[in-house]
Design a protein around this ligand. Structure first.
Ligand SMILES: [Zn+2]
Length: 335
């Protein structure tokens, strides 16, 4: 299985401008209070990664309880809004509308340069090396960066490009032909991607099952998500400023993701944490929130050591899968 280390000079502000992020978070928290106010409608769930019922309370955020799975260490919200309540929320909340209207468009250039090109190259390379090259269709789930299709088209590996239940109009700037599709209609797809979607699914296991059913034999599923195993989340824990409901219902551990893939009938091809921002995120959180106290070693590292030490430390986190930004490629096993 592959592990990859990446460096491209990425800055948090490039992909998540602070003003947009804080407004999106403010709306999300407000909307969550309104949409999910009735606690009797919340649903208890077992660990969304490994299925274990054993858990202990981890922390509370904005009236929601995050639990830590005793078996795999994943952290997850339970009780949580039902699948139907979440669907209703994403269709009607102000936070969703804000994301579609501002967030993706205003950050499109930086996202495209830093993330989409590297996502497309990553997927193209693995598809070329290990995918089913007869299945020449590609689908992106709930696209909110339509430019991904321009990057994918440039690879020349796929004949059909599908935007599944898109959040934004699908045609990218370069006029790439893209078809719109609904998830249940998908079948025999060569490659499917879902960027930062797993963390807000009601049931990641059910989600993986649907994706598996849509893939061709040897088809590949590519996804990114946040992992609780990462440095910044482990250090900041309940004080992590960018974790909130319902965006982050599932903060799966590396061990949890591995189990989720296996029990979903998929084979792990790559699990890397190519995040470049952990140190910057921790430093920024500490600056913004005086109630955060770092262990002396981390305070020393961040305050007294230079950029080279920080870059080496970040590379160590990537190399040992200890960054919180995780990317995964998994293959549908032939029956
Ligand atoms: Zn678990």
């Amino acid at each position: 299985m592959k592990r990859v280390v990446v460096s491209s000079g990425l800055k948090e502000a490039d992909i998540r401008p602070p003003a947009l992020m804080s407004e999106f978070k403010r709306l999300s928290i407000q909307d969550a209070c309104e949409f999910f106010a009735d606690e009797s409608q919340l649903v208890e769930v077992d660990c969304p990664a490994c299925g274990s019922p054993e858990r202990a309370p981890a922390f509370r955020r904005y009236d929601f309880l995050y639990n830590a799975c005793s078996a795999c260490g994943s952290v997850f919200v339970s009780p949580r809004p039902s699948d139907e309540a979440l669907t209703h929320y994403y269709a009607h909340s102000r936070a969703s509308r804000f994301r579609v209207e501002h967030f993706s468009r205003d950050t499109a250039k930086a996202r495209r340069y830093h993330l989409l090109a590297s996502h497309a190259n990553w997927m193209g390379q693995l598809f070329d090396e290990t995918g089913n090259r007869e299945a020449r269709s590609y689908a992106d789930l709930n696209s909110y960066s339509p430019e991904i299709f321009d990057e994918i088209r440039a690879l020349g590996l796929f004949d059909t490009l599908l935007s599944v239940d898109p959040l934004l109009p699908v045609n990218g700037g370069a006029g790439t032909p893209v078809q719109t599709a609904a998830m249940p209609a998908l079948a025999g797809v060569g490659a499917i991607s879902a960027f930062e979607k797993l963390e807000h699914q009601f049931s990641p296991f059910a989600y993986m099952g649907v994706v598996r059913g849509a893939l061709a034999p040897d088809g590949l599923f590519f996804f990114t998500t946040r992992t609780i195993s990462g440095f910044d989340l482990q250090v900041l824990w309940d004080k992590t400023p960018y974790i909130f409901v319902p965006e982050h219902l599932n903060l799966l551990s590396i061990e949890g993701i591995t189990r989720l893939i296996a029990r979903s009938g998929l084979e792990l091809v790559e699990l890397s944490t190519p995040g470049q921002l952990d140190i910057e995120l921790v430093r920024h959180a500490v600056q913004q929130d005086p109630s955060i106290t770092l262990p002396p070693f981390l305070e020393y590292l961040l305050e007294r050591r230079d950029a080279l030490a920080h870059a080496d430390f970040q590379e160590f986190l990537q190399k040992h899968r200890l960054s919180s930004h995780v990317r995964v490629a998994a293959k549908r096993i032939k029956e």
